[in-house]
Design a protein. Structure first.
Length: 290
């Protein structure tokens, strides 16, 4: 009779995260998880506009959903409310992992070995982000719960991150309401700020190029007080650029100013963010800015 290995010991990190591995995520030949690997390879070989892709993607994610559920349950403990939130986080991380896993990766990591750290990382972001770094109105905090849940639902349905306008339409609120929530939550993460640049737009319009300092800000919460320091119009333009991912031309039409003016305002805003982030990285406290 084959000996049964004892369960992995549960440990907690300083942030309260469950650091145990999911020992039940069996990837041995013949296991139900290893059977998904050919389907993952098929998915990644498909063109992005292949009509079969969405159904296959969702089917693969469903096969790995028990891992996400188990990890959410372990992290939530005895709190049903925490479990609901963490399950949404885990599901979103699962879909992201399905999209990003490279079947040709050279380190030999199988999908489950890639998925589990992805979910843990999103749990960590969730734990950090539950604390609002800047004081925001109660209505924004209440709306944030609805926005986060709808974002997860739309991501699963659309197979991509939804735009704020799509979230607003689903919730029946103005787009500006959703944008305010996203800005308050610090969704301008460094890993998403280099996306979508219009033809002919200068490199200095990209926060990732302007801001090595912001790349060093590992916690997204670092950006919140910096964004709060910007004038309202500049904060709106930054949101349109890096949350809605509009080009400068599209922002100019939306706001009613010239593209040149948009470029100047973006450059000024990003220079301000970079300066404050650099000072914060050097060990200075970021206080209230006028």
């Amino acid at each position: 009779m084959t000996a049964v290995a004892p369960p992995a010991a549960e440990t907690r990190t300083e942030t309260g995260m469950d650091s145990r591995t999911d020992s039940r995520a069996d990837t041995r030949p013949g296991s139900r998880h290893s059977a998904q690997l050919p389907r993952l390879r098929t998915l990644h070989a498909m063109a992005a506009d292949d009509p079969r892709r969405s159904a296959l993607r969702n089917s693969i994610a469903e096969a790995y959903l028990p891992i996400a559920e188990r990890m959410a349950r372990g992290q939530a403990g005895a709190s049903p409310a925490a479990y609901d939130d963490l399950l949404q986080v885990a599901r979103l991380a699962l879909l992201t992992a399905v999209d990003r896993w490279d079947p040709e990766r050279g380190d030999g990591t199988d999908f489950v070995g890639y998925l589990v750290p992805c979910i843990r990382g999103e749990f960590l972001h969730h734990v950090r982000d539950r604390t609002w770094v800047v004081r925001v109105p109660r209505r924004v905090k209440e709306m944030a719960t609805r926005v986060n849940r709808e974002t997860s639902a739309l991501h699963q349905r659309l197979g991509r991150s939804p735009r704020p306008s799509e979230i607003a339409e689903a919730l029946g609120v103005d787009r500006e309401v959703v944008l305010e929530v996203l800005l308050a939550q610090g969704y301008q993460a460094a890993d998403s700020l280099d996306e979508r640049r219009g033809p002919g737009e200068p490199d200095d319009a990209r926060l990732g190029d302007l801001d090595a300092a912001l790349d060093r800000a590992e916690d997204r919460a670092t950006l919140r007080p910096l964004l709060a320091a910007l004038p309202e119009r500049e904060r709106t333009i930054v949101g349109l650029r890096f949350v809605d991912q509009l080009t400068q031309s599209e922002i100019a039409r939306r706001v009613g100013i010239s593209q040149m003016h948009v470029s100047r305002l973006l450059a000024r805003s990003l220079a301000t963010l970079r300066a404050h982030a650099t000072r914060d990285h050097a060990g200075h406290h970021v206080g209230h800015h006028v």
